[in-house]
Design a protein around this ligand. Structure first.
Ligand code: F6P
Length: 328
């Protein structure tokens, strides 16, 4: 017999395209199974203010195609403290919440885990990975990544046009926090000459890049695109250095938050919908403290604590491929 009567859902941390599709999945699947749902606004911060909306079926109509999150999001400092977590737990208890479904990145899930600990295991917490960074080791897919890389790819395609016209070198900085996934995908998909990621410093050695820019220029190359990961940063300084050392006009563009917005791709809509539904299914199966993951071509779930403890090396085939694709 299913003990879950009422759940809450929230989105926390940086928003990610597809979050709305996941919220819709959670709400529809819960309501279809007789579970009441409320949505806390502005992540843990709204939870601490007891700001929520009742989620009926209409509340998630016409949102599958919308970027951002209808529940709003934030990063709450107050919730990081034990006093904040005790307060949050009290509010959840007063609202008769049996389980909290959180959409976000690892910080969001660590917060959820803290809540579970503080409640002595009473509050069931479920995590749905939603971050453009793809930096959660236990899953090969995170909601929003696909849209972000397509947006970044289109941005770089446009930059290449103007870069070629002016015969310039361009450094394009993409998001990803400390992870180089967005940079690797963007770089390979746009045929960038260099990709600089935190996981592989050697490839991004500035002196080697400068030498490569000079050689490419001698060979008559009309543009030189460098994709730099946010985790490396310093794009403006690098641009100055390349220009000084090569004599080739160089510009830096930081793509920034435009990578987080926009209508989600088909993949993000579909995978996020599945993950949202799966979050409720695991509750119906009587499971506790699970993280919904995508691994080896399957959607499944892992223990949140174990999932968060996982680490994974950056896939070598990205680096190998990028090097093999270099025009020598
Ligand atoms: O985690 C998603 C992300 O967009 C990162 O790539 C980036 O480092 C960070 O969030 C930016 O955060 P903010 O929106 O607070 O500037």
């Amino acid at each position: 017999m299913n003990r879950i009567k009422k759940i809450a859902v929230l989105t926390s941390g940086g928003d990610a395209p597809g979050m709305n599709a996941a919220i819709r999945g959670v709400v529809r699947c819960a309501l279809n199974n007789g579970i009441e749902v409320i949505g806390f606004l502005r992540g843990y911060s709204g939870l601490l203010d007891n700001e929520f909306i009742e989620m009926d079926k209409r509340s998630v109509s016409d949102i599958v195609d919308r970027g951002g999150t209808i529940l709003f999001t934030s990063r709450s400092k107050e919730f990081m403290e034990r006093t904040g977590q005790l307060k949050a737990l009290d509010i959840l208890k007063k609202n008769n919440i049996d389980a909290l479904v959180t959409l976000g990145g690892d910080g969001t899930f660590r917060g959820a885990l803290e809540l579970n600990k503080t409640s002595n295991g009473e509050l069931n917490v479920i995590g749905v990975p939603a971050t453009i960074d793809l930096d959660i080791a236990c899953t090969e897919y995170t909601i929003g990544f696909d849209t972000a890389i397509n947006t970044a790819m289109e941005g770089v395609d446009r930059i290449r046009d103007t870069s070629t016209s002016h015969e310039r070198c361009s450094i394009v900085e993409v998001m990803g926090r400390n992870a180089g996934y967005i940079a690797a995908y963007t770089g390979i998909s746009t045929g960038a000459e260099d990709i600089i990621i935190p996981e592989y410093n050697e490839y991004g050695d500035i002196n080697k890049i400068i030498t490569r820019v000079k050689i490419a220029n001698k060979k008559g190359k009309k543009h030189y695109i460098i994709i730099n990961a946010e985790g490396i940063g310093q794009s403006y300084d690098m641009a100055k250095m390349i220009e000084t050392m090569t004599g080739i006009e160089t510009r830096a563009t930081i793509l920034g938050h435009l990578q987080r917005g926009g209508t989600p791709t088909c993949k993000d809509r579909v995978y996020a919908s599945i993950m949202g539904c799966r979050a409720v299914e695991v509750l119906l199966e009587g499971k506790c403290n699970r993280l919904i993951v995508y691994k080896d071509g399957e959607f499944s779930d892992v223990d949140i604590k174990e999932g968060l403890a996982e680490t994974k090396p950056f896939p070598q085939y990205f680096i190998k491929t990028a090097i093999e694709l270099e025009s020598k």
